[in-house]
Design a protein around this ligand. Structure first.
Ligand SMILES: NC(=O)c1ccc[n+]([C@@H]2O[C@H](COP(=O)([O-])OP(=O)(O)OC[C@H]3O[C@@H](n4cnc5c(N)ncnc54)[C@H](O)[C@@H]3O)[C@@H](O)[C@H]2O)c1
Length: 227
């Protein structure tokens, strides 16, 4: 039940916004709770293949073992090359950004570029995943941006977006709208969201729970606190 209040509707809505047709290939940037649920939902909605991208092996393992997704570790593989190769040169039919404004880049120089711009307040968000999603998507495909953005992004590949007729959909999850239908899917056994729980802690241990989540320690994906 717990995840009906935020991350499950967010992941499901991200997949729904892709308007998936049977046989589609969907790529998901970010293997946190939202990315994992977006990947599960993409399969539920008819995707033939789902490819999840992150740099933490334990998160990619979860996507492989619990979701059945293919994975790319962006620290040792060029994501755009790999996606082209995995899709016979076309690119994924839909690309989900489940990373948002706190994105990281494998290239220290590119990561520093956006961090420096944030520091100088000429850009508020680091849109590494969004840029890659736009550049990787097949012509006429869909970008679904569920990762949170707060303000302004720089170097958005507008030329690629426009000339290749992409569509972008986005939004904070409409949680009330998805609660009941997703509860039904849980009841029917179509989704078991509990697979993302890696830690169960007492309420008194909240600071430690936030710490390991924020710093991606101890293979943490989601902490559940029990009063
Ligand atoms: N739209 C909504 O309603 C909604 C609801 C909940 C959360 N969110 C947002 O969704 C995003 C993800 O949430 P979460 O709880 O899964 O967070 P998380 O921090 O657990 O996961 C984000 C993942 O993205 C990965 N990442 C960073 N840079 C990357 C890159 N360049 N390429 C691929 N992966 C990269 C990180 O390694 C991390 O595993 C956040 O921005 C959050 O605020 C949106």
């Amino acid at each position: 039940m717990l995840f009906l209040s935020d991350v499950l509707p967010a992941g499901y809505m991200a997949a729904e916004m892709c308007d998936i047709k049977r046989g589609d290939i969907v790529a998901v940037w970010g293997a946190g709770a939202v990315g994992q649920f977006a990947a599960v939902s993409a399969y539920l909605l008819g995707a033939e293949r789902v490819i999840v991208i992150d740099r933490f092996p334990y998160r990619l393992r979860m996507a492989q073992e619990k979701v059945g997704a293919e994975t790319i570790n962006y620290e040792d593989t060029d994501v755009m090359d790999a996606l082209r190769e995995m899709t016979a040169g076309r690119g994924p039919d839909a690309c989900i950004d489940a990373v948002g404004m706190e994105g990281h880049h494998a290239s220290p120089a590119l990561h520093a570029y956006d961090k420096a711009k944030q520091g100088m307040k000429v850009e508020t968000d680091r849109p590494h995943a969004l840029r890659e999603a736009v550049l990787s998507c097949r012509n006429g495909g869909t970008i679904s941006a569920t990762g949170a953005y707060g303000g302004f992004v720089d170097k958005f590949p507008m030329g690629s977006f426009m000339n290749r007729s992409l569509t972008m959909r986005s939004g904070q999850a409409h949680v009330q709208r998805y609660m009941r239908p997703l509860l039904e899917r849980i009841r029917k056994g179509q989704i078991d969201p509990s697979f993302i729980i890696t830690h169960t802690m007492r309420l008194d241990d909240t600071p430690q729970g936030y710490d390991i989540f924020k710093n991606k320690q101890d293979d943490c994906v989601k902490v559940v606190l029990k009063p």
